[in-house]
Design a protein around this ligand. Structure first.
Ligand SMILES: [Fe+2]
Length: 282
């Protein structure tokens, strides 16, 4: 009798563990970034979406849109690979239509959007939904009485597809050199997390990326990612928040979903970032 009970408990625990490992519903991942560039009563909330790859969550993207709306963001950041080179653009258009009016939306390209060989059409479609496309550019905006710079770069594939003579790195430094003395809090949207050494040499306070898909396979508390494109096995920046001193890096594990490539202990995520002031008001 005792033996049967033990077998039942073991099977039950295994079932729970498998359910947890292969859970692929959308989750919300929250981070807080503190800054002395804001007063202690100031804050800005960014919702970060990366690597949708045109996947559709519920009729008309209803599941994804509801989660985004519930966060009440001040800014929505789309960090590349929202569209895809293999899947029709419908999922992206549903997302863009649904987030109109929630908050200002900023977008940077990812590698898959270039691989489509249709980047111009993708960007024209995205522009139709009043999204600001950042291509080595930036905007200074004021939200909740807090000045913030939001900047962004195209994916490095731009150099190949636009046959540029300069390197992506040269263009990056050139584009943002004038921000060096800018005192406002500076956010960079850049699809690739593995280029952190380049971002660290700029003067941004926060960089938001995707691309790594959380390293596809994770084991809680043991392994933060098995494999990520351009980082290889056991990636350093697969997903999470990384403190690089004056620069904080947040890497979304993305909202990608590919049934042929299961995500293990790695559900697709909507990322919420609260930038909170810690400067004392005198
Ligand atoms: Fe990517």
């Amino acid at each position: 009798m005792l033996k049967h009970w033990k077998v039942a408990v073991t099977i039950g625990l295994l079932a729970v563990c498998l359910g947890w490992a292969f859970y692929n519903g959308l989750v919300v991942k929250k981070y807080t970034v503190n800054t002395d560039k804001f007063n202690e009563d100031q804050s800005i909330r960014i919702v970060l979406i990366a690597d949708l790859h045109n996947h559709i969550y519920g009729p008309g993207q209803s599941e994804l849109l509801q989660l985004i709306r519930e966060q009440e963001p001040d800014i929505i950041a789309l960090a590349g690979d929202i569209a895809d080179d293999q899947v029709p653009l419908m999922g992206t258009e549903m997302l863009l239509e649904g987030i109109q009016g929630i908050a200002p939306v900023y977008y940077v390209s990812g590698n898959h959007e270039y691989w489509s060989n249709d980047i111009r059409h993708i960007k024209d479609t995205i522009r139709k939904y009043e999204v600001t496309i950042l291509e080595s550019g930036y905007e200074k905006i004021t939200i909740n009485n807090s000045a913030i710079i939001i900047a962004g770069v195209d994916d490095p594939e731009v150099v190949k597809y636009e046959k540029r003579r300069s390197t992506w790195e040269e263009d990056f430094y050139q584009a943002f050199s004038e921000l060096r003395k800018e005192p406002a809090f500076k956010v960079l949207l850049a699809h690739r997390p593995e280029l952190i050494e380049i971002y660290k040499q700029s003067h941004f306070d926060l960089v938001l990326s995707g691309h790594a898909h959380g390293g596809q396979v994770r084991i809680p508390f043991i392994l933060n990612g098995l494999y990520s494109p351009n980082q290889g096995w056991f990636p350093q920046n697969a997903g999470g928040m990384y403190d690089h001193g004056s620069l904080i890096q947040i890497v979304s594990r993305g909202v990608s979903f590919n049934p042929r490539l299961p995500r293990i202990f790695n559900p697709p995520e909507v990322v919420v970032i609260d930038i909170k002031g810690n400067r004392t008001i005198k």
